[in-house]
Design a protein around this ligand. Structure first.
Ligand code: CO
Length: 287
């Protein structure tokens, strides 16, 4: 188990670095995600979720759509968030690439992450990590995003305890040896709260129920190997994919992850590592 976590972490680190290197003005977002996702699969590992590429006021959950023609623009602030798993054991890591003049904002989420990591040890509460993250971001003149959090990781699952807030909170989970979780501070020039946009590219199967519609049935067969982990709309072959998705969402078989954004014109940065709590600190698997 530990070997799988560290292997996933090493692959995630290599690949997120490679992805970040491809973020240049004029570069196609679709080409970037295709290239990196294929490179991850070639290692023998798998994607824990589609490669997230979220720009500017978009904080999370964007990725290329089918035939996506968007390219990176000068000035873009680009979050690259990658999840890799080996045998279901997940490494989740993110970096922000600045194609403009926003080094301070990028540094804020990075410094907050480093400070939180330095505090991780048994007995510390998740709320204390949130307080450190908030302090580090605010002292640099930005706001932490209050309604996005780090999260525990379990086999084939991205949504476990503990929740790691990005703001000070009373209590929360008390860290114990062996806990595995991602810490992901977001710093913003906006309001510090994200909301859901209309754009949705990422989904996961959340329930197993019989379906009649042939294209919906085919889609479910297609995503069954995901074991409940998220997938991208562009991964699904065939036509009438959107109709199948709409049907499966209505019967609550699929859960949607809309793009999450702060207010228009704001900028959001993110930094993320996955850690395993040890007896006297933590092991960062994605460093
Ligand atoms: Co994460």
């Amino acid at each position: 188990m530990l070997a799988s976590y560290t292997k996933a972490g090493a692959i995630a680190k290599t690949m997120v670095t490679r992805a970040a290197g491809m973020v240049r003005p004029g570069e196609s977002i679709l080409e970037l995600v295709d290239t990196i996702e294929e490179a991850v699969r070639e290692t023998g590992a798998a994607l824990a979720f589609p490669l997230n590429i979220s720009r500017n006021e978009d904080a999370a959950h964007d990725t290329a759509g089918p035939g996506d023609e968007r390219v990176f623009m000068p000035g873009d602030l680009v979050k690259v968030d990658l999840g890799v798993h080996v045998d279901g054991y997940i490494a989740d890591t993110a970096v922000t690439v600045d194609l403009g003049d926003n080094g301070g904002l990028v540094e804020a989420s990075k410094a907050a992450l480093e400070r939180a990591i330095s505090l991780v040890r048994p007995g510390v509460s998740a709320g204390e990590l949130g307080a450190a993250i908030q302090d580090e971001i605010e002292r640099r003149g930005y706001r932490p995003v209050a309604n996005l959090t780090g999260h525990g990781l379990a086999r084939y699952s991205l949504h476990e305890a503990p929740t790691i807030p990005n703001i000070a909170m009373q209590g929360g989970s008390v860290l114990e040896p062996g806990m595995v979780f991602a810490i992901e501070p977001f710093a913003t020039t906006g309001t510090g709260r994200v909301s859901e946009s209309q754009r949705i590219e990422i989904f996961r199967q959340q329930a197993v129920r019989p379906v009649r519609m042939p294209t919906a049935k085919k889609l479910i067969e297609n995503v069954r190997p995901r074991s409940g982990l998220p997938f991208a709309r562009r991964w699904i072959p065939g036509n009438k994919v959107d109709l199948a998705i709409a049907t499966l969402r209505r019967s609550q078989i699929l859960h949607a992850f809309p793009v999450l954004h702060d207010v228009a014109g704001s900028l959001v940065s993110q930094a993320e590592h996955t850690v395993i709590v040890t007896d006297d600190g933590c092991l960062v698997t994605t460093r």
